[in-house]
Design a protein around this ligand. Structure first.
Ligand SMILES: [Zn+2]
Ligand SMILES: [Zn+2]
Length: 367
C-alpha cells in the first residue's frame, strides 16, 4: 500500500501523517452528536478495534482465567504465581505478535513508519546495548510482576468485601458506562503521573528509562523503571472506592498492560489487506517520545490542549513547542549559570542522565 497517499516523508525517510491529530469529540463545545456517534461506532473509532479487543480479552480473563473468589481471600503463592504466568503469556502473545509482524518479518517494510530507522542494537543507553533486549527485560522483570501485584491486591480486596461491589445484573447501565469510562480514567491518570515523572529528579532517575526509546517499538511500551510501573498501574486503585465489579479493575489493568503495544508500535497504520489499514492512534505519543515536552496524555481528553502542551503534528504547533522549550532552556541555563558559575549549556536530546535543553536537530519537526 502506498503510504504517501496518507502522509509525507522527509529527507531522512521519516513518515508523518497528513492533517492534524484530533481529540475525541467527547468534550466538544458545542457538542456535535453526529460526529460523536460516528467516532463511537466507526471502524477506527472508540470501540473498534482496540478498546473492543481489550474489553473482550479482559472479559475472557475475568470469566475463565481468574481464580475463584474463595481462593483469593488469602494471599498465597500458588494463585499469585498463576496470575504472573498468565499475565506474562498474555503480554508475550500480544506484544510478540506486534513485534514479529512489524519488526522481525517487517511485513509492511517502512510503510507508515514514523522513524525511518530500526531500533538500535549498539546503543549504550540500553541494557546489553540492544533496545529490544532492554525492553524485554523491563517488561518481564518489572511490568508484569507489578501488574500482577496490583491485580492480586485488587482480587484480595474484592474477595474480602473491601471494594464497593455492584452487581452487573442489578445495575447493567451503570456497570456498562463504568466499563466505557475505563480508557478515559486511564488517560487522565496517566496524564497526572506523567507530568509528575517529568519533574527533573524523577525524570533523571525514573522516567528516562522509558524515554531512552526515542524511536519506540511495541516492547518499548512497558519498558519503564519499576517506580514508573508502580505509578502507572496504580490507576486500578480507584476501584477500591468507586462502586464497581471485578471486571472493571481487570479491564483497567489489562488496558494499561496491553494498550502501550499499539501506541509505541512506531507505525501509524497496520496494513491488513490490499486496501485496508488499521489506525494505531500512535502519532500523539510518538511525538512525545520524539520531543519529550508535548502530548503527555493521549488524545482522548484534551488535557494537553488545556495546559498548553498539545502538539497536533502541524508546523504551527511545532514552532509553538520550540518557542516554549527555548524559553525554558534559557531559564534553566540562567539558573544553572547562577548556581555553578558555568556557561549556558546548549546540550542536545535528553539522555538517561538529563533533560533536554535544546532538543532540536537540523531537520527535526517542520518538514
Ligand atoms: Zn511512551
Ligand atoms: Zn514522558
Amino acid at each position: 500500500m502506498e503510504d504517501l497517499a496518507y502522509g509525507t516523508r522527509n529527507k531522512r525517510g521519516d513518515w508523518k501523517p497528513n492533517g492534524k491529530i484530533q481529540f475525541a469529540p467527547v468534550l466538544d463545545w458545542p457538542f456535535r452528536p453526529l460526529r460523536f456517534i460516528k467516532w463511537l461506532v466507526s471502524a477506527d473509532g472508540f470501540f473498534l478495534p482496540w478498546n473492543a479487543t481489550f474489553a473482550l480479552i479482559a472479559f475472557l480473563m475475568w470469566c475463565f482465567l481468574t481464580p475463584a473468589v474463595e481462593s483469593t481471600q488469602h494471599f498465597s503463592i500458588g494463585w499469585i504465581v498463576y496470575l504472573f504466568i498468565r499475565n506474562a503469556l498474555i503480554v508475550l502473545a500480544f506484544y510478540g505478535a506486534w513485534h514479529i509482524r512489524l519488526y522481525t518479518q517487517k511485513s509492511q517494510g517502512n510503510a507508515f513508519k514514523y522513524d525511518a530507522k530500526w531500533p538500535p542494537k549498539d546503543n549504550s543507553a540500553f541494557l546489553f546495548h540492544d533496545q529490544t533486549v532492554d525492553n524485554l527485560i523491563w517488561t518481564f522483570a518489572s511490568a508484569v510482576p507489578i501488574w500482577t501485584m496490583f491485580e492480586a491486591l485488587m482480587l484480595w480486596a474484592y474477595s474480602n468485601g473491601y471494594t464497593r461491589y455492584v452487581s452487573w445484573s442489578e445495575h447493567p447501565i451503570y456497570c456498562t458506562l463504568l466499563i466505557m469510562a475505563t480508557p478515559f480514567w486511564a488517560d487522565f491518570h496517566f496524564y497526572l503521573i506523567h507530568r509528575m515523572i517529568h519533574w527533573r529528579p524523577l525524570y533523571r532517575d525514573v522516567h528516562s528509562v522509558h524515554h531512552n526509546n526515542v524511536n519506540p517499538g511495541p516492547f518499548s511500551g512497558l519498558a519503564m523503571h519499576p517506580v514508573e510501573h508502580l505509578l502507572y498501574f496504580s490507576s486500578a486503585l480507584i476501584y477500591l472506592v468507586v462502586p464497581s465489579n471485578g471486571l472493571h479493575f481487570t479491564t483497567q489493568l489489562l488496558l494499561k498492560a496491553l494498550g502501550p503495544a499499539q501506541t509505541h508500535s512506531g507505525f501509524d497504520k497496520l496494513v491488513v489487506g490490499r486496501d485496508r489499514t488499521i489506525d494505531t492512534h500512535g502519532y500523539a505519543h510518538y511525538l512525545h517520545h520524539k520531543y519529550f515536552e508535548c502530548n503527555y496524555a493521549d488524545a482522548l481528553i484534551p488535557l494537553d490542549k488545556w495546559f498548553g502542551t498539545f502538539h497536533d503534528g502541524t508546523p504551527e504547533k511545532q514552532l509553538a513547542m520550540e518557542a516554549r522549550l527555548t524559553a525554558r532552556a534559557a531559564k534553566w541555563n540562567r539558573t544553572t549559570q547562577g548556581r555553578n558559575g558555568s556557561a549556558p549549556s546548549l546540550g542536545g536530546r535528553p539522555t538517561a542522565t538529563g533533560l533536554p535543553l535544546l532538543p532540536f536537530g537540523d531537520d527535526d519537526g517542520v518538514d
